[in-house]
Design a protein. Structure first.
Length: 276
């Protein structure tokens, strides 16, 4: 619709795009994930953003050059003119739940456009486009109002402490953390949104940190580490490890061993004798 594009995305299995340098800031992109998880990133080594089922995410496109889906995923992606939304967005990102009334209305409008666009005249296309931008603006304003809470920072800190205590437990999940803290999952996700990180991403990254620490143990194997830190298998751990640290576990271990050899043996612990 002129400078607005609506993409109906349906992925049946794992998918991933390559990273390509770009700094195009002329568009605002919005992802609305109805099923599965959509992962956004800048480069293969940069931290990614997970948009889980029932969540939306809005930001200017600059730097977002790849995406990944790890399971069957259904989502809408809206590509919008930045000039029309800059006053509301002001360079910030907005995340929230798709259960928000404004998002439900926006999704219904996008679905209706898919069905009727071939039959719309020029005036109808313009009206559909303008309504889309008005609805996105209302989502941005409601989302920003919803995340400005004085409880967000202490709630996030408490949740992170709980994650550290339960990191090795198989049932650790955003839902479990929210239950332990007696808040809704939506409230917990909203608190983490201020840091542009989901609860699930934080848990995975902390487990990757622990796997990296243990990787230099000669007795450890990638398969054992994957099982200990609850990755599906060694391949899953290797992919996640490379996204976070820029190299595979094998390459990291090889580099660590080389660094130790260059450093030489540790100093002797024996006593020294002074000259007389």
């Amino acid at each position: 619709m002129r400078d607005v594009t609506i993409v109906d995305l349906r992925g049946a299995s794992y998918g991933r795009t390559a990273a390509e340098p770009t700094r195009d800031e002329e568009q605002v992109w919005m992802w609305i994930v109805h099923r599965g998880t959509w992962t956004l990133g800048e480069t293969d080594a940069a931290p990614e953003i997970d948009i889980s089922q029932g969540r939306f995410h809005i930001r200017q496109r600059a730097g977002l050059t790849r995406f990944e889906t790890s399971q069957p995923t259904v989502a809408h992606k809206l590509m919008l003119p930045a000039a029309s939304l800059a006053a509301s967005l002001r360079g910030r990102t907005v995340s929230g739940a798709t259960a928000m009334a404004e998002v439900r209305l926006l999704t219904a409008h996008a679905t209706m456009i898919h069905r009727t666009l071939p039959d719309l005249g020029p005036a109808g296309v313009q009206a559909a486009r303008d309504t889309m931008l008005e609805l996105v603006t209302s989502v941005i304003r409601r989302g920003l109002d919803g995340t400005d809470s004085p409880l967000a920072a202490p709630l996030t800190a408490t949740a992170k402490n709980l994650v550290e205590q339960r990191l090795a437990e198989a049932d650790l999940s955003p839902t479990m953390v929210a239950g332990e803290l007696h808040v809704s999952l939506r409230t917990l996700q909203r608190a983490f949104a201020d840091e542009n990180e989901s609860v699930a991403t934080y848990i995975r990254n902390r487990r990757l940190d622990q796997a990296r620490l243990e990787l230099t143990d000669p007795r450890a194997s990638i398969t054992e580490l994957a099982a200990r830190w609850h990755f599906a298998d060694s391949s899953h751990l290797s992919r996640a490890f490379k996204r976070r640290y820029g190299q595979t576990p094998t390459a990291y271990l090889r580099q660590a061993r080389k660094s130790r050899r260059l450093a030489g043996p540790p100093p002797s612990g024996g006593k020294t004798r002074s000259a007389t």
